[in-house]
Design a protein around this ligand. Structure first.
Ligand code: ZN
Length: 407
């Protein structure tokens, strides 16, 4: 009997505690949205990435969005926290209107469009496009003004007070897919929301890093202004990502008390308390609601850098609370290979109260639940947490990331 009980405990996954997916893309498969209310996961943090999915995320949030804070999915509350953002893979589709005559510029002439894509797109060695590839540019979508996208996102964040900013970031590895050729249209999978990769042939071209940074910084500023958390993508750009986010908080570092100050505080708690309030370093509750140049919280999603790189985000001087979320789909794609030991070091380097789970899947339903369960179990194994205990910690971490609670 005893043995049976133990086995039961091992197999029993604590869905009742609540599992919170910190990053996913179910609007890429709209037919899967209907399955969300029946999922075992408590809440999905649903990203928008490009022109085609901003409205879809809005629609899904109107129908399935959480109403209470914190969400109460056990009592009929929704299961979706929407996020609005523009992904680095699509950042060339936004143009900097200040280059083309200012804020009121809504569309570009064909020559300006060509000019924009020529500056926003480069080869790996930052060379510009060849003549024949310039023809390809003509078939690219008309780019949208960055300020217009930011204004639309601000409105969406106002409509959904629970919404976050995401998915945003930097990516040095990604290559832009060629547009569908007219004779390839038949190969398209109709169930997928357009605009993603969809198995298209990849061009040798990247989005220029300076352009990616511009698009990222504009969105980080918006998140700072509206005090929303952000979900960030970073691939083969870990150094430049840190430096770019750092630009937002430079000059606003937290005051870290010296040994002497800590000693003084112990001896004369009142005196030091009064001193500290003169600085801009004390992160009180009131500061949370005031607009700042940097976001309050950032999650590094499916983090793929090294353990030593990720540690720099938890420097006590940084006034942003950083989290990291991990997915089976990205972080454990090569589960059986030695790469796994690297990712385990990264997971161990993340503080216990700053780690999250995610599926990063492009479809909702049973498969998303399976990925989440697998990831919770894996994190618990690496962190040496009993699964029940781990699920509780991960839930508290998600609440803290999304709502800034429990700090
Ligand atoms: Zn993603």
């Amino acid at each position: 009997m005893a043995a049976e009980n133990i086995e039961e405990q091992v197999d029993d996954f604590p869905w009742h505690i609540g599992v919170y997916d910190a990053h996913c893309h179910p609007t890429d498969t709209m037919s899967s949205i209907a399955s969300i209310p029946d999922m075992k996961a408590a809440v999905l943090t649903v990203m928008a990435t490009r022109a085609q999915d901003q409205e879809l995320v809005e629609q899904v949030a109107s129908k399935h969005g959480v109403k209470s804070q914190p969400p109460d999915s056990a009592h009929g509350d929704g299961k979706v926290v929407p996020c609005f953002g523009w992904h680095p893979w699509f950042s060339h589709q936004l143009f900097d209107e200040s280059v083309y005559g200012g804020d009121s510029k809504e569309t570009l002439t064909p020559e300006e469009k060509q000019q924009h894509y020529k500056t926003a797109i480069t080869t790996k060695n930052a060379q510009s496009l060849s003549d024949e590839d310039q023809d390809m540019l003509a078939s690219f979508p008309d780019p949208k003004p960055l300020s217009q996208f930011i204004a639309e996102t601000r409105k969406r964040l106002e409509t959904f007070p629970q919404a976050l900013v995401g998915e945003v970031g930097l990516d040095k590895a990604f290559r832009i897919p060629y547009p569908w050729a007219p004779d390839q249209e038949g190969q398209r999978n109709d169930t997928l929301t357009p605009g993603g990769r969809e198995g298209r042939r990849l061009s040798p071209y990247h989005v220029d890093m300076e352009h990616q940074k511009k698009v990222l910084l504009a969105q980080l500023r918006l998140a700072g202004e509206m005090r929303r958390a952000v979900s960030v993508h970073g691939v083969q750009a870990h150094g430049v990502l840190f430096e770019t986010i750092k630009q937002t908080w430079t000059g606003h570092e937290r005051h870290v008390p010296s040994k002497r100050e800590r000693k003084r505080q112990k001896e004369h708690p009142q005196a030091v308390h009064a001193d500290d309030h003169q600085g801009e370093n004390i992160q009180g509750q009131t500061e949370e609601v005031t607009s700042r140049p940097f976001p309050p919280r950032i999650c590094l999603h499916s983090y793929s850098g090294s353990a030593s790189n990720i540690k720099q985000y938890w420097d006590p001087k940084i006034p942003i609370d950083f989290y990291a979320s991990f997915s089976t789909a990205i972080n454990f794609a090569e589960r059986e290979t030695p790469k796994r030991s690297g990712i385990e070091d990264v997971i161990r380097a993340v503080p216990d109260d700053r780690i999250l789970v995610e599926s990063d899947l492009h479809t909702a339903g049973d498969i998303m639940d399976e990925h989440l369960e697998d990831m919770v179990r894996t994190l618990c194994t690496v962190k040496r947490w009993p699964v029940h205990d781990g699920a509780q910690r991960l839930k508290a971490n998600w609440m803290a990331f999304v709502y800034g609670t429990g700090k």
